[in-house]
Design a protein around this ligand. Sequence first.
Ligand SMILES: [Zn+2]
Length: 153
Amino acid sequence: MRAINHAITGAIIGLTITNPIALPLAFMSHYALDVIPHHGYDKPPRSFAVFKIILIVDILLCIALVAVLGIRHPSYWWLAVLCAFLAATPDLMWVGDFKKKLIVKSKEDLAKRHAIVRFHFLIQWFERPIGIVVEIAWALAAAALLGVLLSYP
Ligand SMILES: [Zn+2]
C-alpha cells in the first residue's frame, strides 16, 4: 500500500486506542494492509522518474497528515503522529533497493534476501496497477473516519 494509507491507518489507531499499546498495533497494521490487494507494478516501471514522483507525492501527503494532526490538535495527537510513522516504517526496508533501482524479479532474487524482506514481499500477493482502485477507496474511507475523529475535541 502507499505510505499515506499506512500512515492514516496508523493515525486512526492512535486516535481510537489512546494508549501506548497503539504503537505496536500501528506497526503491525502495516503488514495487515499489505495483504490487501493494492497498487504496484506488474513489472519494473519503465521510468524511475515517474516512480520517484509518486513517492514524493506520497511523502508530501504524509507530511500533510502530520500537519493536519498538529493543527487540529486532538487529544492524543502525538500518539497519532507516532502511530502514523510506525505504520509506514516497514517500507523503509525498500529504500536501499530504490536507491539501487533494484526490484525483486524472480524467486531466485527473493531467496537471497533476509527472511523479513521475503515475508514482506510475499504477503503482497496482489500488487498491480489496478490496485489503485483499492488504494483510493481505502484513502477516502480512512480520511472520512479521520475527519470524524478530528471533529471531536
Ligand atoms: Zn509494505
